[in-house]
Design a protein around this ligand. Structure first.
Ligand code: ATP
Ligand code: MG
Length: 420
């Protein structure tokens, strides 16, 4: 246990709503703690994404304390306490002991299927993944309770699985990508055994339902350190399991362009996040799969397919393969298709077509995508520049730029020059 004076977590850093939940449960006579990512982040002076609470009150008992409370979850039953847009997640201490065979289920590969056995805080510690995620901030005396050496690991900057790494990854292979995510997010390194067992067990990630991986993948790449995460996932052979087609393209030795494209896309999205601009998952995901779509479409064109048709088909094939490992919601795949197919329309610069493209709801994303392609040699720089100028040009200039016939070529060039 670390007393109030031995750590730097203060109540002023904790969300008011989280404090309300802690105090109310305490007043009702329950044991209650902040736990997990928020304690870990507060110790580093980072602003937590959310505040998770652990208690010895059962979900029903929690509901009796709060009016604004809903019980959710099938695999794990949890209480969500709603305060406007903020939700405080309150979980009852769980045991991972397999004392009761009806409550804890492990499949033939040792994977946890269900664990809804309530327990004490000592039990709760052992079902958590990493020692730095198993620190409990006690509202009773403002101390931090640590059963697994989490504070020492935190100070040393080490991500370490609690218990035997091989077993813990087998129980839940998603812990492998979580290890990577936290290492990158916190700038920590992986403990030797925690790291070594990723190499040994990466393949187990294939058994995880594609639907569960979508959210994890978003957290991986939209954290603001997407590029670093990508490189670390590649290093541990995890990227190939999440995005097999993209990985295959990365391994093709061409002129180095495919690999650069994904890297540029990640760099681009990381710097947008740093500037607090919005990022959309479909932009990155379409960048990941672009090389695969193109390769397949080109093959189809060679076989005589019309270009648009070939790209549409290739998009469908690539997406349906992708959703076998990481599922992507329909509205996302729809936008990805649009970004891909709009790339073909940038070449048409005469008449009304450019105006129509400008009006397309996906124009902005498609244009950003075009810029990336141009930056990495996948499209003509001149083409990207044309669109940069065209969208900001006044009516007269736009008219000149889209005028048909040969003369147009020189005029467009002149327009380009005058802008530069
Ligand atoms: P962040 O919210 O910054 O992404 P976090 O540590 O809060 O990080 P969550 O996914 O919100 O991560 O999970 C909250 C806590 O639940 C974790 O800190 C960990 O103690 C526990 N946990 C989550 N997922 C797992 C898992 N797959 N195996 C074991 N424990 C887990
Ligand atoms: Mg969290």
């Amino acid at each position: 246990m670390y007393a109030r004076s031995e750590h730097n977590v203060s109540r002023s850093q904790i969300s008011e709503n989280a404090l309300k939940v802690l105090y109310r449960l305490k007043k009702s006579g329950y044991e209650v703690y902040l736990v997990g990512g928020c304690v870990r982040d507060l110790l580093l002076g980072l602003e937590p994404k959310d505040f998770d609470v652990a208690t010895n009150a059962s979900p029903e008992e929690i509901r009796k304390v709060f009016r604004n409370c809903r019980i959710i979850g099938r695999r794990f039953r949890l209480a969500h306490v709603h305060f406007g847009r903020e939700i405080i997640e309150v979980a009852t201490f769980r045991s991972s002991e397999s004392g009761n065979d009806n409550e804890q289920k492990v499949d033939t590969e040792g994977r946890l299927l269900r664990d809804n056995v309530f327990g004490s805080i000592e039990d709760d510690v052992w079902r958590r993944d990493f020692s730095v995620n198993a620190l409990y901030y006690n509202i009773q005396d403002f101390s931090i309770v640590d059963y697994v050496g989490g504070m020492e690991d935190h100070t040393a900057g080490v991500i370490k699985l609690i218990g035997d790494p091989a077993t813990r990854y087998r129980e839940d292979p998603v812990r492998m990508i979580r290890a990577v995510r936290f290492a990158v997010k916190l700038g920590f390194s992986l403990d030797a055994a925690t790291e070594q067992q990723i190499f040994a067990q990466a393949h187990l990630l294939k058994g995880i339902p594609a639907a569960r991986l979508y959210d994890e993948v978003l957290k991986l790449f939209l954290s603001g350190k997407g590029l670093q995460t990508f490189e670390m996932l590649r290093h541990y052979n995890l990227f190939s399991i999440l995005f097999p087609q993209a990985d295959q393209c990365l391994n093709v030795e061409e002129d180095g362009f495919p690999k650069l494209f994904i890297i540029k896309a990640l760099e681009n999205s990381d710097s947008r996040i740093a500037e607090r601009k919005s990022v959309t998952p479909y932009f990155l995901l379409s960048a990941f799969l672009w090389e695969s779509v193109q390769a397949l479409a080109k093959e189809k064109i060679k076989q005589g397919d019309e270009e648009n048709f070939a790209y549409q088909n290739a998009s469908s094939v690539v997406l349906s393969k992708q959703v076998k490992s990481v599922s992507i919601p329909k509205r996302m795949t729809q936008s990805m298709r649009e970004v891909w197919l709009l790339q073909l329309r940038f070449d048409r610069r005469v008449g009304v077509r450019p105006y129509k493209l400008l009006m397309h709801p996906r124009f902005r994303a498609a244009y950003d995508f075009l810029l990336l392609r141009a930056e990495t040699g996948g499209a003509e720089t001149e083409l990207a520049e044309w669109w940069t100028i065209f969208q900001d040009a006044n009516e007269v200039e736009q008219k000149k730029m889209t005028r048909p016939a040969r003369k147009n070529k020189n005029k467009a060039k002149a327009a380009l020059k005058s802008k530069k």
